[in-house]
Design a protein around this ligand. Sequence first.
Ligand code: AGP
Length: 614
Amino acid sequence: MCGIVAIIGKENACEHVLNGLKKLEYRGYDSAGLAYISDKKMFNVRSVGKLNKLIKVISESKYSKLESSKIAIGHTRWATHGKVNIKNTHPIIYDKKIAVVHNGIIENYEKLKAKSFLKSYNFETTTDTEVIPVLIDSFVSNGKNFFESAKSTLKLMEGAYAFAAIHQDFPNEIFVARNTSPLVIGVGQDFKVVGSDSHSITQLVNQVIYLEDGDYAIIRDKEIEIYDKKDEITNRKIVNVNTDIGVVTKDGYRHFMEKEIFEQPNVLINTISSLLQENDKIDISTQKMGIKKNKSILISAAGTSFYAAVVAKYWIEKIANISVSVELASEYRYRNPSNIGFSSMIVISQSGESIDTLMAMRQAKKLNLKTTAIVNVEGSTIDREADYSIYTRVGPEIGVASTKSFTSQLTVLFLISIKLANENNSINNKDYKNFVRLIKTLPNSLSKCLKINSDIINIAQKIKNTSHTIFLGRGYLYPLALEGALKLKEISYIHAEGFAAGEMKHGPIALIEENLPVIMFLISDGLEDKSISNLQEAVSRGARTILIADKESIAKAKFVNFAIEIPEFEKKFVTTFSPILMAIPAQLLAYHVARERGTDVDQPRNLAKSVTVE
Ligand code: AGP
């Protein structure tokens, strides 16, 4: 979602802002722009489309003193209010002298616009953001300085937001504020920089300050004054962050998504080795997680992370005999949930910034549940606010479609499952050791799964022109059917629905028509014959069937149109590990269909990597 970068006190400020915005591109956006002050004059340049377009616009026109400016703010916009057009592109400028970049939603912007003291103002955009520079101007016109004006503006705003503002008559200051949406200040010696995440600014600094909810600050080249929501000056911790990991490249792959799919064997080694000690003990504290005897566990997340949660429910209940409830974060946060029977909540989030997941976690805290975050981005809001964090350690995931995050989340969740099972004696030491041994073989198994790439390309070419698809799975593979459908729809724009195989006759079978691709994930789990019958029923109604399965199941379903066989895995355990193994064909299928259709695989339309607004 929207990305913010701002700099004060550094030569070539605009170039640094553009570099920072480049690093935020993965969040997804539809337009971009920057504003800078030079000789007490505000300039701005904006364009609809990707950053390269903005850079082209800058290089093709002469922008006054762009190189020499030492103060600049920039933005990548993911439209919430108002169409994608130049007028609505940030920075939103008022009267050529105040510029604002904003992430989030100002919920009461209509009411603010209607304030009687703003009667004389003309609003030129259809954004919620414009009310910020207008309010600042109204306060400055009444004699307040920039800081006091921005602060007064902030006090009127409701919603979840982060923003940065500059004023040409106060060229030595940037005002920033945060409420729920993330914002980080980088501390350079003679300059300061602001970003939506630390990754966007670590090419310039290795010390950062994470603003907390309700914080606002006035930033000058050599000083930062931070105030908390009670308007008291506050000292937020300066945190050392890993130095710049550099610009992440595609390393010869066509898309980041392709690279991230193929990276999975290696990143899984990181995930596993960071949590599995040499003595095969798992470095996760179930005590810190707040897990208690006779209490259920709550897991909450969004999107792909939610489907990982559903798999975890199946694992933990089966292996550790502990009951688990899974909750879509966007639902949990608003439905006055009860804490009866629960002592802990696990939230799962790649970005650590999904607003729904963050809010679900805060809700759980209010209910006195201990919170654990399974998160990829260290230092993200969810990581910082959780009582306890477990990292997936897969490195930056740039493609909007979550791939390596999913398999690593599953791996962490499986480790939690067997740790719990071992602690409450649901499995004995021998079983535990066996599971650990198999976890260590996962990277190798995933490498083998990747070898089915060319078979999948073949199928992708056959179904690329379809408008609808159905994904089916049962048991551990039911959440995978949901994930397979999500992956396909988000990057190929083909309508895809996932169902539990057993649900077909309860309604979805009505959708089957001649040639509709029905994709089933299947494993010999003792129930495969039932699922095969479900597939037969689809065939009888004209569906084209694609089976992704183990050898035994494929042998039983010779009638399907296409079959993809997953590599062999220890027979007794293949069912348990099937969601991790079959994630690879699900991801490859979505990827190749989208690539064949020529969509923007890494930044699909309308989507964002970090969903920081509701
Ligand atoms: C997955 O491919 C999605 N783009 C999306 O569903 C994502 O998983 C969801 O928004 C949650 O993100 P998070 O893990 O960063 O919280």
